[in-house]
Design a binder for this molecule. Sequence first.
Ligand code: AMP
Ligand code: MG
Length: 491
Amino acid sequence: MTLRFSFDNSYARLPAGFHARVKPTDVAAPSLIKVNHALAHELGLDPAALETPEGVAVLAGRSVPEGADPIAAAYAGHQFGHFTPQLGDGRAILLGEVVDRTGQRRDIQLKGAGPTPFSRRGDGRAAMGPVLREYLVSEAMAALGVPTTRALAAVATGDLVHRETALPGAVLTRVASSHIRIGTFQYFATRGDVDAVKTLADHAIARHAPEVLGQPEPYRAFLEGVVVKQAELVARWLLIGFIHGVMNTDNMSISGETIDYGPCAFMDAYDPATVFSSIDHQGRYAYANQPEIAHWNLARLAESLLPLLAVDQDDAVTIAKQALGRFAPAFNAAYLGGLRAKLGLQQERAEDLALSQDLLARMAAQKADFTLTFRHLCDAAVDPSHDAKLRPLFADPSSYDAWAAAWRARLADEPVPAEMRRDAMRRVNPAIVPRNHRIEAVIEAAIERGDFAPFEEMNAALATPYEDRPENADDMQPPPDRGVYQTFCGT
Ligand code: AMP
Ligand code: MG
């Protein structure tokens, strides 16, 4: 049982301006909350070794493992539309990179590991609530099949962090295919440091888009790739009712992974205007705005890359616009394709969009629960007697009946064995997502009573989101009062 990371720290080898070397700060009394065994295996780590006092000391930032080269990365970002030229890792420290069992390079980062040169007035720490939330939601997203950063471990620090009140502190070990953000490109571009933009782009290409290397215009191809990945990612979010909550350009990863789970949430009742974040007063990051915001963020990336796209400025702008033009078709294909699958439709027909939009409009008007509506449709596709589960989700059940008649007429036109259709629908319509009121209960049990059993249970339930399991019944239910829970920035 030895704790050995085979680090190979390519980002730390980039020029000095890319990062600050900084060690994690020790904590009072580290104690393990959880190690993600399956992920540890993927990374070639021994989970049992991570659970020893030596392992917990590493996960808490008390000791730096051999081969690590800890850094905080520099980046900038548009936050709620306003540009800040220097943000950077203010409370996250990259220990290093390991190449996993499948050959993929993965960052291992401690979030909440103490101050860095980028902390500004922050304390560099994370409270336990947001750490548990990120652990649950990022692992749920992975199980749902959505590209995301992962949670390798959570440890309590034994220290208090001071927010509105004093809260127990924790450190999350985050794993990502990289932590390069749109804001990382902006950081160098706004300084006019074209060499650094090129160095960063070359690094990002080597990690995320090696296939563009042989192409005549690799930077254009790289930008197009990021545009398409982000468009598909946001489509995936919409299809499961996910709201990121803080889509600032520093929270958008070049890899196409969902990153920085702060005030995120899954919708209960469907409402495209849903906003959860307590600080998003304008509704900038509302559920239905997410595609437009992703496109806006990508325009900031394209601007940052302009000097690499062509020698002539006008040519570069033309190329950037063409690349951004990839967004709408990629999003529409992923979103409409996803809706078709959710409704059990295999053939593509012109009227599919209208059929799905009609359902969504009725769900919004009738406050139907997003996850349960689609999940129950899987059974209703086989046998109309299951409409009995759907009708009560709609304030006026006849609104569902009217839509279901049109849907069934369309289904009848596609000769697919009923059970096959149901099983295919079950693979895209989750039974269980991390609902906010359940996460809040998990956090409360952990913080108020030191009881982590609900965290373990919820984490286990979220690992098989496409299966109906009676033991998960509580996690499947919407909140009793259908209230909108505000989530707070994980600071
Ligand atoms: P976030 O809202 O978590 O995406 O963070 C936005 C910026 O604020 C990033 O540069 C973070 O590193 C920084 N930040 C957030 N919380 C803290 C904190 N507690 N201490 C220091 N910096 C922080
Ligand atoms: Mg962030």
